[in-house]
Design a protein around this ligand. Sequence first.
Ligand SMILES: Cc1cc2nc3c(=O)[nH]c(=O)nc-3n(C[C@H](O)[C@H](O)[C@H](O)COP(=O)(O)OP(=O)(O)OC[C@H]3O[C@@H](n4cnc5c(N)ncnc54)[C@H](O)[C@@H]3O)c2cc1C
Length: 69
Amino acid sequence: MTKTSYDVIVIGAGIVGISCALKLQSEGHRVLVLDRNGVAKETSSGNAGAFAFADIVPLATPRHYSQST
Ligand SMILES: Cc1cc2nc3c(=O)[nH]c(=O)nc-3n(C[C@H](O)[C@H](O)[C@H](O)COP(=O)(O)OP(=O)(O)OC[C@H]3O[C@@H](n4cnc5c(N)ncnc54)[C@H](O)[C@@H]3O)c2cc1C
């Protein structure tokens, strides 16, 4: 049996885990992704397919308002 070694193991193949794994892989790391159900089988399977930036930085924050004016 052949042994394979990894630099990083990512637990969870939702959008966050896959994004982290891709970034690490693009930087040359050997990455293994493990998931109990499969790729994007939980929360990441049920969204609308758009990044909700307004939920990360609410539009009403003073900093956001002053930057846009
Ligand atoms: C109905 C709905 C609509 C949405 N719409 C939007 C939207 O339009 N735009 C937007 O930006 N966001 C939206 N979201 C939010 C967005 O989908 C989530 O924030 C995002 O998918 C979370 O990704 P995640 O990788 O953190 O989690 P998940 O997708 O849940 O991934 C976590 C993974 O980890 C695995 N895991 C957990 N524990 C273990 C373990 N012990 N061993 C192995 N594997 C494990 C799970 O199986 C899962 O695959 C929505 C969410 C819902 C529910």
